[in-house]
Design a protein around this ligand. Structure first.
Ligand code: GTP
Ligand code: MG
Length: 234
């Protein structure tokens, strides 16, 4: 006879398997439409919205992009992004991460479904969002120079499950004790394959290289390269 604990474990495993299946299905649907989905994660205030503003400004009308932006409360980030791109604000009312079901609701509120790039700005938090697959093709961890270069090792799951690390607020380097090399080495100890960029969203320094990376990732997606499917386990 199975014990209640065994039953609970079995139900949990079924739920996890179902979530995984749904995320894989949605990821394939995005790929079939030619949409590269980029999930940006960071602590609060690291510069996610600023990076999206800078990205949208850099590309202007040359790319079709849209943003689903998550927050616990307010439409403030959507208000900031609206002059540059179609955007839907997702508010969780308290939850510390976005889930795929909310992403799918947000998709229905976007004015089109043929974007080249769909950005998801996750809730500011280096812990919970690491455990939720939002059907993204690329997970980007953003770390700002004001947070300290020791953070990758302290929040390993976030960096292990990401494909790219963006070090932001580069303009503040002269004023803060932060080593780009130390942060990069720490992150690569956890995830050796990480692509790493340093930039400043306010001046635009490094934004062109970041945008080139996104273009290259979309090219890989369109070419159906298997590496795109290799999302590290969440
Ligand atoms: N000096 C400097 N400030 C920046 C840079 N990027 C963002 N900021 C500032 O950092 C603050 C937070 O930036 P946001 O873009 O709102 O950060 P966020 O990660 O979207 O914040 P949440 O959505 O609340 O988690 C703002 O005052 C920005 O102007 C940068 O490259 N350099
Ligand atoms: Mg924001």
């Amino acid at each position: 006879m199975t014990s209640p604990i065994e039953k609970t474990i079995a139900v949990n495993q079924d739920l996890q398997a179902e979530k995984k299946r749904r995320a894989a299905e949605q990821r394939a649907a995005f790929a079939a439409r030619g949409t590269l989905v980029v999930n940006i994660v960071s602590s609060p205030g690291a510069g996610k919205t600023s990076l999206l503003e800078a990205t949208a400004k850099h590309w202007g009308t040359s790319r079709r992009l849209a943003v689903l932006v998550g927050d616990i409360a307010t439409e403030r980030d959507a208000d900031r992004l609206r002059p540059f791109t179609p955007v839907v604000q997702l508010t969780t009312g308290g939850a510390c991460h976005l889930e795929l079901s909310l992403i799918q609701q947000g998709l229905g509120q976007l004015p089109a479904d043929d974007y080249q790039f769909l950005f998801i700005e996750n809730i500011g938090n280096l812990v919970c969002p690491a455990s939720h697959d939002l059907a993204e093709h690329v997970r980007v961890a953003l770390l700002s120079t004001t947070e300290g270069d020791d953070k990758p090792g302290k929040y390993p799951k976030m960096f292990r499950t990401s494909q790219a690390l963006v070090i932001s607020k580069l303009d503040l380097l002269p004023h803060v004790p932060f080593s780009v090399e130390a942060a990069s080495d720490d992150a690569r100890q956890i995830q050796p394959e990480l692509a790493i960029f340093s930039l400043c969203s306010l001046t635009g320094a490094g934004i062109a290289q970041w945008c080139d990376y996104l273009d290259a990732m979309r090219e890989q997606l369109l070419a159906g390269q298997s590496s795109m499917q290799e999302i590290p386990p969440h």
